[in-house]
Design a protein around this ligand. Structure first.
Ligand SMILES: Nc1ncnc2c1ncn2[C@@H]1O[C@H](COP(=O)(O)OP(=O)(O)OP(=O)(O)O)[C@@H](O)[C@H]1O
Length: 231
């Protein structure tokens, strides 16, 4: 279980509070107005931001002071973060070894990950020779090959067209359930949450609320969420 115990995260004059738990293997959307603190919440889990108070734990172990690389966390960024001078296979291999000195077994894992996201024949290309959707798949493969228990997605597919976005969301859900990963996904599109996240954390007015049933929340939004959703 991922636990936030009386956590306070401060950035300049902005403070976000969180006291909540996420069940292992849950798929949870993180929604709320622009600037409410969604990325702040994810960055605190990843260890990119220090917290001002409280503690964050995974599986009962305190990870509050654990450096990012040692956390049980992999994060997918909106811009995919692929290195243009490396091949697609090498970009995925970085998820296993930052120096890319891969063992034979690790190369097999990379080939498997390429196949799993439908890029089996494109491993030797550079990211610039892939479509936007294919780049997204490569970035997803790099996150998933790490087999980290917690996967964070910060508006991963906002730039994709509707059909491709749906396909990627379904792939994420499928891969997360295969690996048992706990998923936190920031999105501005409530349809994304409804599609693959049974639960949602609402971030608003300086607070990240405990996960709640996505459909119920979106069908009965509190005033702040209603204004944000525009209905
Ligand atoms: N480096 C920083 N220094 C000071 N304040 C910051 C910094 N980064 C973010 N903030 C503030 O923290 C708050 C939360 O930002 P955050 O990026 O988490 O919001 P968000 O909900 O992810 O927004 P969006 O949906 O627009 O991406 C904002 O009010 C922002 O202005």
């Amino acid at each position: 279980m991922l636990r936030f115990e009386d956590v306070q995260i401060t950035q300049g004059d902005f403070t976000l509070r969180a006291d909540l738990s996420v069940d292992p293997g849950a798929r949870v959307a993180v929604i709320g107005p622009s600037g409410a603190g969604k990325s702040t919440l994810l960055n605190a889990v990843a260890g990119f931001l220090d917290i001002a108070a409280g503690r964050i734990s995974w599986d009962g172990g305190d990870i509050t002071a654990t450096p990012p690389a040692a956390r049980p966390v992999a994060m997918l960024f909106q811009d995919n973060n692929l290195f243009p001078h490396l091949t697609v296979a090498q970009n995925i291999g970085l998820g296993l070894r930052p120096d890319l000195r891969l063992s034979t077994d690790q190369r097999v894992l990379v080939d498997g990950a390429l196949d799993r996201v439908g890029l089996g024949a494109l491993g030797d290309r550079r990211p610039g020779q892939l479509s936007g959707g294919q780049q997204g798949r490569a970035a997803l493969a790099r996150v998933l090959i790490q087999r980290k228990p917690i996967v964070l997605l910060d508006e991963p597919f906002a730039a994709l067209g509707p059909a491709l976005k749906t396909e990627m969301l379904d792939l994420v859900a499928e891969l997360a359930s295969e690996t048992g990963a706990t998923l936190l996904m920031v999105s501005h599109d409530p349809a994304d949450a409804r599609r693959i996240c049974p639960q949602t954390i609402l971030v608003d007015e300086g607070r990240a609320a405990p996960p709640t049933d996505t459909a119920h929340l979106l069908d009965n939004p509190p005033p702040g969420l209603r204004a944000y959703l525009g209905n």
